[in-house]
Design a binder for this molecule. Structure first.
Ligand SMILES: [Zn+2]
Ligand SMILES: [Zn+2]
Length: 128
């Protein structure tokens, strides 16, 4: 079975992070998607088409925006923190996705799975 082309994989990853809903680039069938958040900030996105049966595990390396990903600056971490504290939500200043956050006593853990940023992880690779 043929698999999706590189361009099509880019399209799937982009649509996933924009809408959370993706259709197969070949037949417009709905994709079954499963996002797994991995230790250290990586992720795998399992995509399977209910119509043609194509299936692929996608990673950050399949993201068409990946060349724009860079670590958050200290100033951006401050802005994201402020927004989460005030409004309970924030968009990532690097990739514009909604960020994940978790409050613990004295700590606010901020994470963006699309671009791999966090105020906790050190030396997160954003180039693969
Ligand atoms: Zn399909
Ligand atoms: Zn991000």
């Amino acid at each position: 079975m043929m698999s999706w082309s590189t361009e099509q994989k880019y399209q799937i990853v982009e649509q996933f992070w924009q809408n959370g809903v993706v259709r197969c680039p070949d037949d417009n069938g709905p994709l079954k998607l499963k996002l797994q958040k991995l230790h250290g900030g990586d992720y795998s996105l399992d995509a399977e088409c209910a119509v043609c049966g194509k299936r692929k595990e996608l990673r950050r390396g399949d993201d068409p925006q990946r060349h724009r990903f860079r670590p958050w600056t200290a100033h951006e971490v401050e802005r994201v923190t402020e927004s989460v504290v005030k409004m309970g939500a924030s968009h990532c200043p690097v990739c514009c996705s909604s960020i994940d956050w978790q409050g613990a006593p004295g700590v606010l853990l901020l994470r963006c799975f699309r671009c791999g940023n966090s105020n906790q992880w050190q030396n997160v690779s954003v180039t693969n």
